[in-house]
Write a protein that binds this ligand. Structure first.
Ligand SMILES: Nc1ncnc2c1ncn2[C@@H]1O[C@H](COP(=O)(O)OP(=O)(O)O)[C@@H](O)[C@H]1O
Ligand SMILES: [Mg+2]
Length: 423
């Protein structure tokens, strides 16, 4: 079987790596892929943009691709699945209608409210004056969210009413493009976040191991938000009891609500939840795809062949699959980032030490690299995900850190406290 993976981050490297562990998979093509996917045996990069639907479709049809797995949200929101399905291709990832659950926070909030899914109280606005007077009446802290996709930069957790009002002005002022045409203002929740990625065929939904990531750039979870500086799974805070409740109160309700809207959702439904200190939870958001970097710690623990689960979703027979099997233990990933990230940073720095890190038993997923005439260079803010799985969390953590210490590129930065909530 030949599979095409759409995307170029650490998530897609992990997907390609996991798929190629199965005997059923003879080849993986990554469009466009990165320096890491270029280096896996059996994997080939295809220099096409993630929204070049025609190019991807033609390649898939000509080369006998039997399954397309879409990594990022942008092509899903633009309708890659609708397009490829119309050409007779099998796609893992929701249609454009389903992707609204991530691509419009107002739409997702309405769905949660209709379905009775626990979430922060919220109101949606289409102009600044009403939004500002709402904020004034509610007081701070309060959360201001641009409706549309904003690459993780569209949410402001405002400590003061003035901050919230400035965020409202920025959003309606066009700073987030069309993402800011609607603004969602919601109650500020306090607690610990957890990511529950679930696989669904539109009828049945099954959670993967819960994960936690570290979004802030600085140690102690301080400083600016990033795409994620590290992650681990399973997240001890999401106990068996909590996961059973999330299944009933969030995942099954969401799938039923999507189905009631006539949406045939086949792919990943990812719930980002806030666990309250009382042991309750509320949904902060849904994503319509695998999380990055959560995927890099969930997939190493997965024992059931990934393509079997994905095909069961695409062919709508997930209910017939045996329970998902997991390795015992835990996985940890630590992100090596370019100096300056999430602000301005330089690219094109020579990367060394990956072989040494892997000789210690880690797997190094590439997030932002490219291969230039056999030389591996940095090509993004988040560069590498140094990942380890172990029988215990402590073993995995120690191994990931031993691995990252082997790696070098000019300006490299990583957090030294990944996993601090677990201890
Ligand atoms: N209601 C809320 N209360 C407190 N923090 C929130 C709330 N909503 C979002 N956040 C914080 O902002 C981050 C980003 O918000 P999220 O809704 O996940 O949007 P996105 O991932 O699209 O940027 C969350 O991970 C969380 O840290
Ligand atoms: Mg989020």
């Amino acid at each position: 079987m030949k599979v095409l993976v759409v995307g170029n981050g650490g998530r897609e490297h992990a997907l390609a790596w996991k798929l190629l562990q199965s005997k059923q998979i003879e080849q993986v093509v990554c469009a466009p892929g990165n320096g890491g996917t270029a280096g896996i045996k059996g994997c080939q990069n295809l220099p096409l943009a993630v929204d070049d639907f025609e190019g991807i479709s033609q390649f898939a049809q000509n080369e006998g691709i039997s399954l397309v797995v879409v990594g990022p949200e942008v092509p899903l929101a633009k309708g890659i699945t609708d397009y490829l399905n119309s050409k007779g291709l099998k796609v893992f990832g929701p249609t454009r209608a389903g992707a609204q659950i991530e691509a419009s926070k107002a739409w997702a909030k309405a769905l949660m409210q209709e379905a009775g899914i626990p979430t922060a109280q919220a109101a949606v606005f289409t102009e600044a004056a009403a939004a500002k007077s709402y904020v004034k009446a509610q007081g701070a802290p309060i959360v201001v969210k641009a409706d549309g996709l904003a690459a993780g930069k569209g949410v402001i957790v405002a400590e003061t009413v003035e901050q919230a009002q400035a965020a409202i002005d920025a959003m309606f002022g066009g700073e987030f493009g069309s993402a800011g045409k609607f603004v969602v203002i919601e109650e500020c929740l306090i607690g610990e976040e957890v990511s529950v990625l679930a696989l669904t065929d539109g009828l049945t939904i099954r959670p993967l191991q819960p994960a936690q990531d570290h979004k802030r750039i600085g140690e102690g979870d301080t400083g600016e938000n990033t795409g994620g500086m590290g992650a681990y799974a399973p997240a001890p805070i999401a106990t068996k009891e909590v996961m059973a409740r999330i299944q009933k109160e969030v995942l099954e309700k969401a799938i039923a609500a999507l189905k009631a809207k006539g949406i045939d959702y086949r792919g990943v439904l990812y719930a980002g939840l806030m666990m309250t200190p009382q042991g309750d939870f509320k949904v902060l958001e849904f994503n319509c795809r695998f999380g990055d970097p959560e995927t890099q710690v969930v997939l190493p623990l997965l024992e059931t062949p990934l393509e079997e689960l994905i095909l069961a979703c695409v062919e709508q027979r997930l209910a017939e699959m045996p329970p998902i099997a997991w390795k015992q233990g835990a996985a940890v990933t630590v992100v090596a980032a370019s100096g300056g990230y999430p602000g301005a940073y330089e690219k094109g720095k020579v990367i060394t030490g990956i072989e040494q890190a892997e000789a210690l038993g880690t797997t190094v997923f590439h997030a932002g690299t490219n291969l230039n005439q056999e030389q591996l260079l940095t090509d993004g803010g988040r560069v590498l995900n140094v990942t380890a799985a172990g029988e215990t969390f402590d073993q995995a953590l120690a191994q990931a850190y031993a691995g990252i210490q082997c790696i070098h590129f000019e300006g490299m930065y990583y957090r030294r406290d990944i996993g601090h909530r677990v201890r």
